[in-house]
Design a protein around this ligand. Structure first.
Ligand SMILES: CC(C)(COP(=O)(O)OP(=O)(O)OC[C@H]1O[C@@H](n2cnc3c(N)ncnc32)[C@H](O)[C@@H]1OP(=O)(O)O)[C@@H](O)C(=O)NCCC(=O)NCCS
Length: 169
C-alpha cells in the first residue's frame, strides 16, 4: 500500500539515491550521469525549505519508492518533476504523487502546472494526460546530450485557472 507525504530533511539521502538510480537509467531525466550528490542534496533541501515549492515522497512499508516536487516560477507556473523507483513503476505510485503535486501547486497559488518530457517516455506522457495535462507542443532538437545528440522534448501543461481573462490582443 502506497502512502504519500511531504518530504522532510531525513528523506534527502534516499531521494538522492533514487535520483542517482533514475539518472543512471540514462533515458528518462534531463540530468546526465555522473550526478554530483552534494549539488543534488542541496537542491532537494532548498526545494523542501522554499515557501514557493512543495515536495513529496511515496512510501511502501517505510521504504522511499518515489518523489515529486513542484516549484513556482516568478510568473506563477508550477514546474513539476517526479520519479519512481524502477521496481515500483506501473502500480499507481506515480498517480498518487502527481495528484499530491497538482493539489500543492494549487495551494501555492499556481495558475498552471508545466513540465517537459522526452517523446519516448510514453508511460510519463500517458500518466500526465490521464491527470488532465495536454501536450502543448514539441521543442525540436532542443536539448544537447553529452554524446552530441540533440533531443526533442514535449511541453505539457495543466491549466488550473480557466476563468481569469486571456490576452485581449
Ligand atoms: C513516469 C513515472 C513517474 C510513472 O510512475 P508509475 O508509478 O509507473 O505511474 P503509475 O503506475 O501511476 O501509472 C503508469 C501508467 O502508465 C501506463 N503504462 C504502463 N506502460 C505503458 C506504456 N508502455 N505506454 C503507455 N502507458 C503505459 C500504466 O498502465 C499506468 O496507467 P493506468 O494507471 O491507467 O493503468 C515512472 O515511470 C518513472 O519514474 N519513470 C522514470 C522517471 C521519469 O520518467 N520521470 C518523469 C520525467 S518527465
Amino acid at each position: 500500500m502506497v502512502g504519500v507525504r511531504r518530504a522532510g530533511p531525513d528523506d534527502v539521502e534516499s531521494i538522492v539515491d533514487l535520483f542517482v538510480a533514475v539518472v543512471d537509467e540514462g533515458k528518462w531525466l534531463g540530468t546526465q550521469p555522473p550526478v554530483d550528490r552534494d549539488v543534488q542534496r542541496a537542491r532537494f533541501l532548498e526545494n523542501q525549505n522554499s515557501p514557493e515549492a512543495a515536495s513529496f515522497v511515496a512510501l511502501v512499508d517505510n521504504e522511499l519508492v518515489g518523489h515529486a516536487r513542484v516549484e513556482l516560477t516568478p510568473y506563477k507556473v508550477a514546474g513539476l518533476g517526479m520519479m519512481v523507483d524502477a521496481r515500483w513503476r506501473g502500480r499507481g505510485v506515480g498517480g498518487a504523487l502527481v495528484r499530491a503535486a497538482i493539489d500543492a501547486a494549487g495551494d501555492l497559488g499556481a495558475h498552471k502546472v508545466a513540465l517537459q518530457v522526452w517523446p519516448h517516455n510514453h508511460v510519463a506522457r500517458q500518466l500526465y494526460l490521464r491527470h488532465g495535462f495536454v501536450e502543448e507542443g514539441v521543442l525540436r532538437r532542443h536539448y544537447p546530450r553529452r554524446n552530441g545528440e540533440l533531443w526533442d522534448a514535449v511541453v505539457m501543461g495543466l491549466v488550473l485557472d480557466e476563468t481569469s481573462p486571456g490576452s485581449p490582443f
